[in-house]
Design a binder for this molecule. Structure first.
Ligand SMILES: C[S@@+](CC[C@H](N)C(=O)[O-])C[C@H]1O[C@@H](n2cnc3c(N)ncnc32)[C@H](O)[C@@H]1O
Length: 238
């Protein structure tokens, strides 16, 4: 098991990039698409909006927004894994979307440029969640929307043994068989268990300056989507 550090994470996603989309479908029984659809809905993206998708990976969130019929303008998907980004570009190569290699903790855009900022499965990987949030806050126009989708540590219920078995045994096995990387899919349950609870992440979003922050859980409480708004009349925090 590799240490949680940017170079290791980058390398891990480079290695699994060619099987990433298939693995997501298998692990989630195809629900991953629905969660991204919900993410797009909570980000309230409209025709003509500029969307920034941080940790875009193979581009699934942007692709979902377009499949939902939204006409994006001057939008971008950012990721630090070249392997993941090259698949995103091969899947969707249109002038309205730029695929940019960059760090979510140091985004290469001017302040207040986007109408909405989304991320799917970034926060759990971020070495500094506060910085990830303040960078996303900085990217948004006042009134702009943030929406984050990620796994979340589930509460103890009667289903806990089943969920643990699935996360700790089945997912790593699928990772080994399908993506030739047991390590990457052992990393997923570990980081989920150690990640902030949904309430803690909500508090961090409020602290970063967002208002109207809320969240919804899915899949036996193992997935959460958080959303919020950058208030009008507030300067960027950083
Ligand atoms: C689990 S994948 C999610 C990809 C995509 N958002 C999706 O919906 O499937 C996580 C992605 O986050 C990227 N990532 C993690 N930390 C990052 C950082 N600090 N800056 C940029 N990308 C990052 C990884 O390279 C990887 O592509």
């Amino acid at each position: 098991m590799k240490k949680k550090a940017p170079d290791n994470i980058k390398e891990m996603f480079d290695q699994i990039s060619s099987r990433y989309v298939l693995m997501n479908k298998l692990m989630t029984f195809g629900r991953d698409r629905y969660w991204r659809k919900q993410l797009v809905k909570f980000a309230e993206i409209k025709d003509g909006d500029r969307l920034l998708d941080v940790a875009t990976g193979t581009g699934d969130v942007i692709i979902q927004a377009i499949e939902d019929g939204i006409q994006l303008k001057k939008s971008a998907g950012v990721d630090f894994s070249t392997g993941m980004l090259s698949i995103a570009k091969a899947r969707l190569d249109v002038p309205e979307i730029e695929w940019i290699r960059a760090d979510a903790l140091d985004l290469p855009f001017k302040n207040s440029r986007f109408d909405a900022v989304t991320s799917a499965y970034l926060m759990r990987n971020a070495i500094n969640i506060e910085t990830a949030l303040t960078e996303q806050f900085r990217m948004l126009k006042p009134g702009g929307k943030i929406a984050c989708l990620d796994t979340t540590p589930p509460k103890k219920t009667v289903f806990s043994p089943l969920i643990d078995f699935y996360f700790l045994k089945i997912i790593p096995l699928l990772g080994a068989l399908i993506a030739s990387s047991k390590a990457a899919y052992t990393y997923l349950p570990k980081t989920t268990k150690n990640f902030k609870t949904a309430d803690e992440l909500k508090t961090m979003m409020i602290k970063a300056g967002f208002e109207k922050v809320s969240y919804k859980k899915y899949m036996f409480g193992t997935i959460a989507i958080h959303w919020g708004t950058k208030p009008y009349g507030k300067n960027n925090i950083n």
